[in-house]
Design a protein around this ligand. Structure first.
Ligand code: IVH
Length: 674
């Protein structure tokens, strides 16, 4: 290769891998298999080693990986959180073994462990109490996520009595069980919330939530696999013993761990788990092999990025080839169109795969899918099948590319795609059958208005018979007794039962009603947050996008969607009608027991994020001391309680009006708490 070509190759590979890293760590989107990523990384490493002058200082080979999100306090790790070198075959492991033998000779043992596919966490315990939990971040510093980690039941907050040191750091992997992942993802799909590609992304998305109460609802688990403390060798001399002991202190340590005297035994362990990994309730992506003895670990030491005494063996993602028969386009209740690949059925990781989600038009374009293509399918995180690429050798000569439909496959309305969004929508909300039926089915659902005696089929049937056109019609059904009686297989008892269920649903609180409306991107939790913050539909309808966005965990996309929904005259009419039928559009104020009157006559607005308290907690504190929360900045506002990352427009407005800004500590001082 010419020098110019090499330089270009290094530059291109660097840019490509940095792009994948960003997509993966920041956007949690995996565009390439781990295997292919590592191949490319190794290629780059080799080129850089040969031609160091061309290496980019920002090269992905210089990073441990990960990225720091900015919403949490970050903290430097006392012992850097390094990653492990990866191997993919026996030869590479033999090389690893040889390197070790050269340094420490032939007398040593390995400990083989499962490589859990989650996110690593470092826990600090002081005098038996969990005081800090920090994510890996970039390996040097990570996010402090202690409150969220405290919701994980298998992580002890206080240790039982034991011979643990006064201070130690224990590391492990936080993950989500496959069953919880499937259940929660299905719920998200039903709510038209963004689903996660695999349990690891779900776990990492969960850990990064600002609201610990929400984290607590999503079951996470954690295996611990490594201990650090001062004078560690006073406690134990090897890793195996450390695992035994930390288990006795109450930590969750995997039982599938094995001491191996030879590389042969290591290979046996690997082979066993390569075939049996699908039987586990959680995902593993390989095996970690560690030299057992601490003194030998020390002798081996570290390279810039990895320990020399440990390595990981990565399983190859199971990949098969099959034919893409067609693409269908499903229209959801909010009009979102999801393309689905219909595949020639094929066996993959223990199940028959017939379909694969294609997510959106970008994915189809990225894969450059053509009619009749033969595609490679992998199970993303073992569970959801994903098309990785097209086998170009098998592309038919006359094949034409798939073209994303311009109009809705259900009602022929031209599709729209909002700027910055990947998804196409059918805007015909009131005329597109799957949207009309889907919205009503959502409305009556168990977690929404929970209308007894009415199921998805009933809704579909009533829609076809012309009895229901929208959610408001549900409450008018009682005036259509005659038509109801004429329906086949729907006796008087069923009618009475259903009408009673409809009546009863009027008792549902505002947050449920808000969720039931089926506003795009507004799931159960978001609806609850909006209801608690705005108290009633009128304040919510009057709020600006910025004010909605100021609510914890609510981003721009959700805020815009809420605004758009409530600005639509059709929805405004529906809300008026539902209100007349007696549905709750405001929260019932709980009687507040006053802790003091110190904030009497003062008004407050909370904005931004706070390291130690949620906005809801602060608002409750203000109200219980006689203060009043208001939702917008005006001259009437007494104090703006300002945290980090406050919107610039709010800041400017408060400054212009000369409103005193205080932080959470100053608020406590006002109430005399500190
Ligand atoms: S030991 C210095 N053991 O794999 C040794 N890591 O690429 C640190 N992982 O960052 C790690 N299972 O997140 C170790 N049994 C296990 C593991 C494990 C999963 C993860 C961990 C680490 C990454 C290494």
């Amino acid at each position: 290769m010419l020098a110019m070509d090499i330089e270009k190759k290094i530059k291109d590979l660097t840019a490509e891998l940095n792009h994948y890293n960003y997509q993966y760590y920041v956007l949690a989107a995996s565009l390439i298999s781990d295997y292919d990523f590592d191949l490319k990384l190794k290629e780059l490493e080799a080129l850089e080693a040969q031609y160091p002058d061309f290496a980019d200082p920002n090269s992905p080979t210089q990073r441990v990986g990960g990225d720091i999100t900015s919403r949490f306090k970050t903290e430097k790790h006392r012992w850097p959180m390094l990653s492990l070198g990866n191997t993919y075959n026996q030869e590479e492991l033999q090389d690893f073994d040889q390197r070790i033998r050269k340094i420490i000779g032939d007398h040593f043992e390995y400990v083989c462990e499962l490589k859990f596919d989650g996110l690593s966490i470092s826990l600090t315990y002081e005098h038996g109490t969990l005081t800090k939990a920090v994510t890996r971040g970039d390996g040097i510093q990570g996010d402090v996520v202690t409150n969220n980690v405290k919701t994980i039941r298998s992580i002890p907050i206080k240790l039982k009595n034991g011979d643990y040191p006064d201070q130690f750091e224990i590391r492990g992997e936080i993950f989500m069980h496959k069953s919880a992942f499937l259940r929660l993802n299905k719920e998200r799909e039903e709510n038209e919330e963004q689903t996660y590609a695999n349990p690891r992304n779900f776990a990492s998305g969960t850990l990064k939530l600002q609201d610990s109460a929400e984290v607590a609802k999503r079951p996470l688990d954690c295996f611990l696999y490594f201990l650090y403390c001062d004078h560690r060798t006073n406690l134990f001399h090897d890793h195996w013993n450390s695992l035994e002991r930390v288990k006795s202190w109450g930590f969750h340590v995997s039982e599938h761990t094995k001491k191996c005297a030879s590389l042969m035994e290591v290979f046996e362990f690997i082979d066993y788990w390569d075939t049996h990994r699908h039987d586990l309730g959680y995902e593993i992506d390989g095996i970690v092999i560690k030299v057992n003895d601490y003194a030998q670990q020390e002798e081996l030491g570290f390279t810039a990025k990895n320990p020399r005494w440990a390595i990981s063996y990565k399983f190859k993602a199971e990949r098969v080839e099959t034919v893409l028969n067609s693409i269908s386009y499903q229209v959801g209740r909010t009009g979102a169109v999801t393309p689905v690949a219909n595949l020639q059925p094929v066996k993959l990781a223990g199940t028959i795969v017939k379909r694969a989600s294609l997510h959106n038009a970008n994915e189809i374009a990225r894969l450059d899918l053509h009619q009749g293509d033969t595609v490679y399918v992998e199970k993303g995180g073992e569970i959801i099948p994903k098309i990785i690429a097209v086998n170009m050798d098998k592309r038919l000569l006359a094949a034409t590319a798939f073209i994303y439909p311009l109009s809705c496959p259900e009602c022929s309305t031209p599709l729209i795609r909002q700027e910055g969004e990947a998804v196409h929508y059918c805007p015909n909300e009131t005329g597109c059958p799957p949207q009309i039926v889907g919205k009503m089915q959502h409305f009556i659902g168990r977690k929404m208005m929970d209308i007894e005696g009415m199921g998805d089929e009933t809704v579909d049937n009533f829609f076809k018979k012309g009895l229901l056109h929208n959610i408001v019609d549900i409450y008018g059904l009682k005036d259509h007794q005659e038509e109801l009686q004429q329906l086949e297989r729907f006796g008087q008892k069923s009618i009475d039962n259903m009408l009673a269920g409809i009546e009863k649903s009027k008792e549902k609180p505002f947050e449920k009603v808000l969720f039931s409306l089926g506003i795009r991107h507004v799931g159960e939790t978001i609806a609850k947050k909006l209801a608690q913050h705005f108290k009633n539909i009128d304040s919510l309808a009057q709020a600006s996008i910025e004010e909605i966005e100021a609510v914890q965990d609510i981003g721009r996309r959700i805020a815009e969607s809420v605004k758009e929904y409530l600005d639509n005259p059709i929805h405004q009419q529906q809300i008026i009608a539902l209100r007349q039928y007696g549905l709750n559009f405001e929260i019932e104020e709980k009687e507040i027991v006053l802790a003091s009157n110190r904030l009497n006559g003062k008004t407050f607005l909370i904005s931004g994020v706070f390291a130690e308290h949620s906005r809801e907690e602060l608002a409750a504190l203000i109200e219980s001391n006689g203060g009043k929360m208001i939702s917008s900045i005006s001259a009437k506002l007494s104090y703006l309680v300002a945290g980090d990352k406050m919107g610039p427009s709010k800041l400017a407005k408060a400054e212009k009006l000369g409103i005193p800004m205080i932080n959470d500590q100053e608020l406590f001082e006002l109430i005399n708490l500190k």
